[in-house]
Ligand binder design. Structure first.
Ligand code: 5GP
Length: 185
């Protein structure tokens, strides 16, 4: 293999993206997850260097200044970015999966036009709202913020190469695996 593919996966909070991604990666061992840097605090169970590189605002700013990001963006009051060198290194070994938001996806598209952009969509906005409210772990203000963000993200799906609806997890996983198979082989 000359250089692995870049697969960008986006999907709004509550769409079930982590579950889908974990299953996709379980099925294809040649996929390597791109670990982002973020200024957000780690959640329980999240591991440094596995889920994210947890950095301070100053460290993040320095990484921007030193042109270390393939893409970066700020949303929900935190900054997130994909370290460029890491992606290039991982592409030497396999296909790289980036779990990033639509703004990041457009930046990747600009610098790597060959990247494959996949959007995971909920069956409907109503269903997404039901799933988000069902979690019951957020304040009303935080919920409004999430819903506002979700509406914006859903409006971006037409800019992706593929939109896969997560109505049923295994079907969604199979659909993504089919896309990867088509592009990566
Ligand atoms: P969370 O804080 O829940 O882990 O992630 C929130 C959102 O940030 C998700 O939609 C995720 O895709 C996005 N995200 C994670 N890493 C990156 C990154 O490196 N760049 C961009 N643009 N978005 C990211």
């Amino acid at each position: 293999m000359d250089k692995g593919c870049i697969f960008v996966i986006s999907g709004t909070s509550g769409v079930g993206k982590s579950t889908v991604l974990a299953k996709v990666m379980e099925k294809r061992k040649d996929l390597i997850f791109s670990v982002s840097a973020t200024t957000r605090a780690p959640r329980p169970g999240e591991k440094e260097g596995v889920d994210y590189y947890f950095v301070t605002q100053e460290q993040f700013r320095k990484m921007i200044d030193q042109d270390e990001f393939l893409e970066y963006d700020a949303h929900m009051n935190n900054s997130y970015g994909t370290p460029k060198a890491q992606v290039e290194e991982k592409r030497k070994k396999g296909h790289v999966i980036l779990d990033i938001d639509p703004n990041g996806a457009y930046q990747v598209r600009t610098s790597c036009p060959e990247a494959v952009l996949i959007f995971i969509a909920p069956p409907s906005m109503e269903e997404l709202e039901r799933r988000l409210r069902g979690r019951g772990d957020t304040s009303p203000e935080q919920m409004e913020l999430r819903l506002h963000r979700a509406r914006w993200e859903l409006a971006q799906q037409e800019k992706y190469d593929y939109v896969v609806v997560n109505n049923q997890v295994d079907a969604c996983v199979d659909e993504i695996l089919k896309i990867i198979e088509e592009k990566a082989n």
